[in-house]
Design a protein around this ligand. Structure first.
Ligand SMILES: [Zn+2]
Ligand SMILES: [Zn+2]
Length: 293
């Protein structure tokens, strides 16, 4: 007899991400550096998720009509923040590591400010990241971007915990942003259903996955078929670039009908050549990923 608790299922979810990142680091040498970095961030996030789970084990589920970002347990989160900044200083590319060192010096009041600023803000990370290239050590033009990016990495497991422990509600339609927290989709997913694939989107902050229309632009609402296209490369056949020729936005979709082993958020990070291709062809990403790409 095998006993499975909710805890082990959740741990497995993080372990699958970490394992997939480690595997792909050897299969996709072009993304190895970014994947190794992601793997270490995900390890910190897994541990934080476990701590949150322990601390909140006896609290009731959040009701479905309450916006997820109405919650913010600073009493629980703040004591973990300096440890997080330490980890980032050790593993991150130099520009982000420097930002973490700067934030570390600000002390608890500054940490609280950075966390609240991000959590209650508009979650807009793209504009702030213009010109940023965190892997190669550039933070872009916006001085607030590094702190927001750090708050995002830190708060992602908390948001995901809240989404995992929320009453489920029936969805009205197919919203273009996360129905739980308002975050933009960081990736699309295709799962098999009947003859075709069922499309869904994954939230950049809380990782909630919601059903979405197959032909519809989540950035501008375009639904005319000739304006929507997708591109794929034979070497990375299970990930495609969905583009909209009306607003010139793109989002990558991971086709799980082709590779059941894929872990969407990780495969999204692993396929940077597709981002380069999209950028070269004049498309802007709907939502940058945790590595700022
Ligand atoms: Zn969300
Ligand atoms: Zn569009």
């Amino acid at each position: 007899m095998i006993r499975t608790t909710v805890g082990t299922t959740i741990d497995r979810k993080w372990d699958r991400r970490i394992r997939r990142a480690d595997e792909l680091a050897s299969t996709y040498p072009f993304s190895a550096e970014g994947l190794r970095y992601y793997s270490r961030i995900a390890t910190f996030q897994k541990n934080l998720y476990t701590e949150i789970q322990k601390a909140l084990a006896s609290t009731p589920k959040i009701s479905a009509d309450r916006p997820l970002r109405d919650e913010l347990d600073l009493f629980l989160l703040l004591p973990h923040f300096s440890g997080f900044l330490n980890v980032i200083q050790q593993i991150a590319p130099s520009a982000l590591a420097e930002a973490a060192a700067g934030l570390a010096q600000k002390g608890p009041a500054g940490w609280q400010h950075a966390i609240e600023d991000f959590w209650h803000g508009d979650l807009e990370l793209n504009a702030a990241a213009q010109g940023a290239d965190p892997i190669n050590g550039s933070n872009g033009d916006d001085p607030s971007y590094p702190d927001r990016s750090l708050a995002w990495m830190f708060l992602q497991p908390y948001a995901e915990y809240l989404a995992d422990h929320r009453e489920t509600a029936s969805l009205d339609g197919t919203p273009s942003t996360c129905p739980f927290c308002g975050g933009k989709p960081v990736a699309g997913v295709l799962r098999s259903e009947g003859d075709g694939g069922k499309k869904s989107l994954i939230c950049v902050l809380c990782a909630y996955e919601w059903a979405f229309r197959r032909i519809y632009c989540p950035a501008c609402g375009e639904e005319r078929e000739p304006q929507m296209a997708f591109y794929s490369a034979p070497e990375i056949a299970h990930v495609r670039v969905d583009v909209c020729d009306t607003c010139h936005t793109y989002l990558k979709t991971i086709d799980l009908t082709k590779t059941g082993l894929a872990v969407p958020v990780v495969d999204e990070i692993a396929t940077t050549p597709l981002d380069l291709w999209a950028r070269e062809h004049g498309y802007t990403k709907l939502q940058i990923n945790l590595l700022g790409i």
